[in-house]
Ligand binder design. Sequence first.
Ligand code: LLP
Length: 390
Amino acid sequence: MDKSLSEKLDAFEKLGTPVWYYDLEVLSETIETLKAIAGDKGIAIHYALKANPDERIVAMMAAAGFGADCVSGGEVALAAKQGIPADRIFYAGVGKTDREIRESIDLGVRFNVESLEELYVVNAFAGEMGKTARVSLRLNPNVDGRTLKYITSGLHDNKFGLPPHDVDSAIEMLKASGNIVFEGLHFHIGSQITSVRKVFGELCGKVREAVRYFEERGIDVKCINLGGGLGIDYENPSKSPDFEGWLGTIAEGLKDLRPRTIELEPGRSLVAGCCSLISRVLFVKHGENKDFMILDAGMSELLRPALYGSFHLIENLSAEAERKAFREQSLYDIVGPICESSDTWGRDRRMPLSVRGDVVAIRSAGAYGKSMSSTYNLRAQAPTIWSDEI
Ligand code: LLP
């Protein structure tokens, strides 16, 4: 934040805090960068709405020609409403309800089926409805995403995907299911993956084996979907995600499987960087052992630090704008207002000397921020402001 920093501070002042601030330029640039690399490598992009289902964001993804990865009937409906064609909407998730399944069959979206029972039910419902359902199978490849244990999803201990011992039965069911059109295989092994070449290189090996296995048994795999998972650098919020490394590794690892369609479902890497949660210092409390900087934003807005111990960089914008010359710093435990000790933004953070009323930016808040927020403690939902509204 620079020349326009004081304008932004004025806007935040008017709107009140906490507030989600979106930088359209960063978002457009990120979308355009990925679009160009994906076009170059021949990979189809499906935005994972769970990262941030803001309508304006989803509309921008639709305008870029991206499809959607959804995990509930609500997300499927929103993707369709924002103009993403049904044939580019995927519906994953281990626990789809009967109603969600029927509505999605009706819309014609593709199911990423995660269990034998689900495969049976989708086929049966489609038959009852006189329709055919488009299906890919999500396999559990037992690949370690080398990320936080909470957001690892490709190991046999995780609930996701079809376990290997069910694959033969799934193949038999696919052959016998008259109401299903089989499209391909789906994988998603975790989120915030930073060992990109190693992890996705290993996944590509498993994918090649799986495709061979299905095709040797007479099932054509037309589409291969490797999910999302590209990590970002939370310590350097302005650094662009490594799209080139991610897509490059996959294009190379799956080159023998062309001309099959290759698909990815990024969420975090597309939207995390464009948003800061803007908050205000309510009080600075000098405790027995440490100083607490108490913000008006907490785990009800951005749950990630409390839930996963995740790091988000925090900048004191007022100090940056008004007190540049005054460089004294101090260590703070930065905390929120919620009545939980886990409502902590960070411990022993070195910050400019901060005072009541200072405005701070909690960076990289665009992914899994607002989408995971709650009204815990009966708090109001924080509003959103876009850079073109200032
Ligand atoms: N595809 C599937 C099937 C997924 O389950 C996910 C994320 C994605 C794609 C998008 O992954 P991404 O590119 O965003 O890594 N709340 C956690 C992250 C949970 C991710 C769940 N699945 C967090 O705040 O870190």
